[in-house]
Design a protein around this ligand. Structure first.
Ligand SMILES: Nc1ncnc2c1ncn2[C@@H]1O[C@H](COP(=O)(O)OP(=O)(O)OP(=O)(O)O)[C@@H](O)[C@H]1O
Length: 545
């Protein structure tokens, strides 16, 4: 029962409050029924003020307890969902890049959106179901007091129904896993269409193929869902029919074998009619409960998965590194990509080199030679499998990695441009204009609401310039650029190598750039060339000024 476990872990209100409110609401509900059934048929004149006052009081208790119960439930469930979502995002933000690269994104998005919504929608129905169970139990006490035979028959019926319900719950649960699997395939397909929209639009055969693939997943999801809903409907009809049969037995059959006082038979029938509603509610809540349970199960698995991606050692206190440094050293550092079966795929290193503060270093090499992997090791996104990285004399450790990473500003080749300047103090419009002028995007983009760009819908090269503008605003001591100039026109490419990089160097920045622009190699202090994950040449062109 993952849902109950999940609720138990997150709930802040005492369970006693829930039980008390549910009992009050259930009891008042049954009392309404009792008052109605005992007073119906009594002559108008015989109805006393006490009964009417009691009737009003019971309704009052019902209103207060029911509203309280529903309000607390909504608050608790929505707070739980808020906490769950924040915990998931928190875990993602603390995850290790390499681990996250191996997790399906659709799985994470589905957990965040579909599963949390399912639980939210199910919560009120589940509360009503719990109340219904209470009402059924209390009504049964009433039936016991007025008609023992009907009580025994009803109890046997309810016990039988519960057994059926439990059996079907288990079956529904298994079916739901299939529904979820098919839906995940569907989401993967939808992501392909959205993210690869241009490619899909350009090629009708690709479009037909991808739609056929999505259709298969969507059809499977539809069929499994129809089967699931059909089964749930079948359960509902079965339970209702059995309730009617039970009523028939109590009203038509039982009096043939047992003598029951006429008034008691009528009151029992009325009470049984009162039970049918809550019974239907419980039956209807079963597929909803099964769905919410599966969603909770998915969320718990996702929570565990994301927690396992987090490298933070409990109780670990992060330590800052000194603000300035002289050099970063790689001492026999190597790193290996492995596949799902832990088989080695590609190794970079062992690397033995140092990068001095203020140096402009170019990293070159063919596609797949390991340049980006080296950069990910350098900026602290991947950890050395062997060897150590030192900043001056201090070897990096779990406690200092975060501080180490914050020394870098990186524009990856697959960078992501945020529309908002997260983590930065709002710069003045003058500074933005000055940088836009430098990067030749003046008039293309403006800041609005102090720290949000009015647009990021720019050309590919302009977007990269905007990313560089953010990097300049970050003002970190080390700037890493992965093939930054690749999308720039010849004019700006020249400006980048011959004006911007020297300007940054003059500001004291350490610059590490992956580049294939061999005609500008002379603008670097040093060039490292990689082949098959190893350094094949390391040439210092200019003495460091
Ligand atoms: N996430 C990953 N998982 C497994 N293997 C990877 C992963 N990323 C890269 N590789 C492998 O590592 C090798 C080096 O990749 P890397 O991205 O470092 O090359 P690169 O020199 O930056 O190439 P390019 O110039 O094409 O960007 C590649 O051959 C690739 O097969």
């Amino acid at each position: 029962m993952s849902l109950i476990e999940l609720i138990r872990r997150h709930i802040k209100t005492s369970p006693h409050t829930f039980v008390l409110l549910a009992l009050l609401s259930g009891v008042s509900n049954v009392l309404v029924m009792t008052l109605i059934t005992t007073s119906a048929g009594v002559e108008q004149a015989a109805l006393d003020l006490r009964t009417i006052t009691m009737f009003g009081l019971v309704i009052g208790i019902y209103i207060v307890s029911q509203r309280g119960l529903m309000r607390i439930t909504a608050t608790e469930v929505e707070s739980m969902i808020h906490d769950l979502r924040m915990a998931l995002v928190e875990n993602i933000s603390h995850a290790e890049l390499l681990s996250l690269e191996r997790v399906g994104r659709s799985e994470i998005l589905t957990g965040m959106i579909r599963d949390t919504q399912t639980i939210s929608q199910a919560s009120n129905i589940l509360v009503i179901a719990v109340q219904s169970i209470i009402m059924i139990a209390l009504s049964m006490v009433y039936v016991f007091l007025i008609n023992k035979i009907a009580f025994v028959l009803s109890l046997s019926f309810i016990a039988f129904s519960m057994l059926l319900i439990l059996r079907h719950m288990i079956a529904l649960r298994a079916e739901l896993n299939t529904v979820y699997e098919e839906e995940n395939h569907l989401y993967d397909g939808l992501r392909d269409v959205l993210e690869g929209f241009k490619e899909v639009k350009m090629s009708p055969p690709r479009r037909i193929d991808i739609l056929a693939e999505i259709d298969i997943a969507a059809t499977r999801a539809r069929d499994v869902k129809i089967a699931f809903q059909g089964r749930a409907a079948q359960e509902f009809v079965l339970s209702q029919t059995m309730s009617f049969l039970l009523l028939g037995i109590i009203v038509f059959i039982a009096p043939m074998f047992f003598s029951v006082e006429a008034g008691a038979a009528a009151r029992t029938a009325a009470a049984m009619l009162f039970i049918i509603g809550p019974l239907a509610m419980v039956t209807q809540a079963i597929p909803i409960f099964a769905t919410a349970n599966a969603a909770a199960d998915n969320l718990s698995q996702l929570e565990h998965l994301l927690q396992s991606l987090v490298s933070t050692i409990p109780g670990m206190i992060e330590r800052p590194l000194p603000a300035t440094f002289e050099a970063i050293h790689f001492d026999t550092v190597s790193f290996t990509y492995v596949d799902n079966k832990a088989v080695d795929m590609f190794t970079v290193g062992p690397f033995n080199f140092s990068i001095r503060q203020g140096e402009t270093l170019f990293i070159t090499g063919g596609n797949g030679s390991g340049k980006s992997t080296l950069v990910k090791l350098l900026v602290g996104l991947y950890y050395p499998e062997k060897g150590v990285i030192r900043i001056d004399q201090q070897a990096l450790s779990a406690e200092t990695y975060s501080s180490y990473r914050s020394k870098f500003s990186v524009i990856f080749s697959d960078y992501y441009l945020f529309k908002r300047l997260y983590g930065l103090n709002a710069p003045s419009p003058e500074i933005i204009d000055e940088l836009c002028l430098l990067l030749e995007i003046l008039g293309k983009v403006r800041l609005k609401d102090a720290n949000r760009f009015d647009t990021i819908d720019l050309s590919t090269g302009q977007r990269k310039r905007l990313a560089l503008l953010v990097t300049l605003l970050e003002d970190k001591p080390i700037i890493v650029l992965d093939e930054w100039a690749a999308d720039q026109d010849p004019h700006f490419r020249r400006k980048f190598y011959q004006e911007l990089l020297p300007h940054l160097k003059a500001l004291g920045k350490t610059i590490i750039a992956i580049t294939h622009d061999d005609r500008y190699f002379d603008t670097a202090d040093r060039c490292i060339a990689l082949e098959e994950g190893r350094i094949t040449s390391d040439i210092s062109k200019k003495p460091l000024q």
